[in-house]
Structure formats: C-alpha cells, structure tokens
Design a binder for this molecule. Structure first.
Ligand code: 3PG
Length: 301
C-alpha cells in the first residue's frame, strides 16, 4: 500500500540565486545588458513573462499508464514536442526556469531551450548539499550572464496518483467505471486511492509558486515552469481564479507552452505563441515586441 507523503511547505533558499549574507552567489539572475545583446530582464519592472509547459509525451503516456510521481522519461514523440515547444517560445525572454524533480519535465525544459534564439545555456542548480552547491559554481561573470538558472522543486511534481500508479487508464475505467475514474482524474477534492486530490496537489504546488516564483516575477524576471498536467492545472486554477467546478474541464496537452503576462500583481493569459496567432501574442506588450526586435537585430549583425 502506498502512503501519502506529508508535505511541508518550506521556503526555498534563494542563496544560490541571489546574494545573501556570507553565502556565495552561484548565479546572479539580475542580468545587465552586455555586448549589445538583448537584456532578458529589467531591474525595475512590473511586467514579466511567465511560460507554463506540460512535459512532452512520456513513455507511460504512450502506454496509457497512470504515472503520477513515477520518474519516466520522454518518448521520441515527447522529445519532438519539447523541441517544437521551444520553437514557439524562442522569442520570449527567459531569465529563470523552474522544473519539477522528475526527468520528463527537466528533459522538456532543456530541449525547449535548445531552440531559444538568445542561446543562453540552462544550468541546473544543485543544492542537495553544501558541497554540491560549491562544486557547481561558475567562476566567470561573463559566462554567468550567458546562463539561465534552472531550479528543480519536488513541489512541482505530478500529483501522487496513489494505487493507480502503473495501472492502465483504460483497464482501470473498465474495472471501476468511467465516472469513478473521471472523478479521480479531474475532480478537485476527490483523491485517487491513497493518492493526492488536485486540492492536495495545489497545497504544495501553488504554495511553492506563491512563495518562490511570484517574488521573481515581481522583480521583473521572466520565468518558465516545466511541470505536469495536474501540478500545472492547480497553478492555472490559481492564476485564472477558476472555481473547483471550472477546473474539472481544464485539460492540458503535452508539450504546449502557455504564456501569461504578470502585470501589476495580476496574471493575463495570452495563449500559446504559434503562427499565425503569434503576432497577437506580441502585440499587447511593448516589452516583448522590443525584446523580439532586439533578438532580430542581434542575430542579423
Ligand atoms: O500522471 C499521469 O498519469 C499523467 O501525467 C496525468 O494523468 P491524468 O490525465 O490522468 O491526470
């Protein structure tokens, strides 16, 4: 029998990201313009881009198995979806990346960034021990400016699917009935056997978002989050102020990035940048259009 872990919301240490006391800074995400290259974030900004992306197809998505917290890699199709997603967001500034601790989300983030026109290098921050932090330091300020810190957080993991993990979704529906399985998969507050309901998943994912990611957006940092169907559903429920009824019909496809603009403390949903609707995604905010123009100029010169 699987048991639900007790989750404690712990403030993530920012010491590897921002200077604090005597702690050595590994990354300084407050980037300054250099070499005529586009600055990806502004020091004083009340506007920032937020990209949410569900991982590409995993090997258990392909087999139609409940996955939850089981750590399964992407399929070839999932790899292609992540690369395609990267193309869609290749003109949107990214200063920081948050992923779950699961490989399918991390693969997706990394693969997507290989397509970004700014060509910064995403670097996973290791804070599992003092030594891991110290040994992964970068000693060139210039190189640091060309890196994007990637923070991994278990709180962004997929909902724990309890005793359904590893079971076939179709067979489970035949055994327990379609309605019961739909309730386990989509309702807000009904947990699957010994697993997490969406509400329980939100308690750690949304808390993490509010305590760790929102402060970065407030600083004007452009953030990408690569996570999972249900951890992202809970975050979208918070961003879009959905009710527990409305969230039932919220479905997320694999590998489709969604763009939000954080402005004056609120979130504006802008859809997924893709031709031919891409222009409208840029149209509403001067900042993004200018960033894109600077990328064009940089890549032409
Ligand atoms: O964990 C899983 O099985 C999937 O990633 C999400 O599954 P769901 O669509 O059943 O919530």
């Amino acid at each position: 029998m699987l048991r639900i872990q007790t989750y404690r919301s712990k403030k993530r240490r920012f010491c590897v990201i921002q200077s604090s006391g005597s702690q050595t800074t590994v990354f300084n995400p407050i980037l300054s313009p250099s070499n005529g290259k586009p600055s990806d974030s502004k020091k004083k900004s009340n506007e920032a881009a937020l990209i949410l992306i569900r991982h590409g197809e995993s090997m258990w998505n392909e087999k139609n198995l409940f996955t939850g917290c089981v750590d399964v890699p992407l399929t070839k199709k999932g790899v292609d979806e992540a690369i395609e997603a990267g193309k869609r967001i290749s003109n949107i500034p990214v200063d920081m990346i948050y992923t779950s601790s699961l490989i399918r989300a991390q693969m997706t983030a990394m693969l997507a960034m290989t397509e970004h026109r700014r060509k910064k290098v995403p670097i996973i921050l290791h804070d599992e021990s003092e030594r891991a932090r110290a040994w992964s330091q970068i000693f060139s300020e210039e190189t640091k400016k060309q890196c994007i810190p990637v923070v991994t957080a278990w709180q962004l993991n997929e909902r724990m699917y309890g005793e359904l993990q590893g079971l076939n979704k179709q067979e489970t529906a035949e055994r327990y009935g379609k309605e019961q399985v739909h309730e386990w998969r989509r309702s807000y507050d009904v947990p699957p056997p010994n697993g997490e309901s969406l509400e329980m998943c939100a308690q750690r994912a949304v808390a993490y978002f509010r305590e760790n990611i929102e402060p970065q957006l407030l600083l004007g940092k452009n953030v990408m989050i690569a996570a999972h169907g249900n951890s992202l559903r809970s975050i979208i429920m918070y961003l879009d102020k959905l009710t527990s009824q409305e969230v039932i019909s919220l479905e997320l496809s694999t590998g489709i990035p969604m763009l939000y603009i954080f402005q004056e403390g609120g979130f504006i949903r802008r859809g997924s940048p893709v031709a031919p609707t891409e222009a409208s995604v840029y149209a509403y905010t001067k900042g993004l259009a200018q960033y894109r123009q600077r990328l064009d100029d940089m890549l032409q010169s």
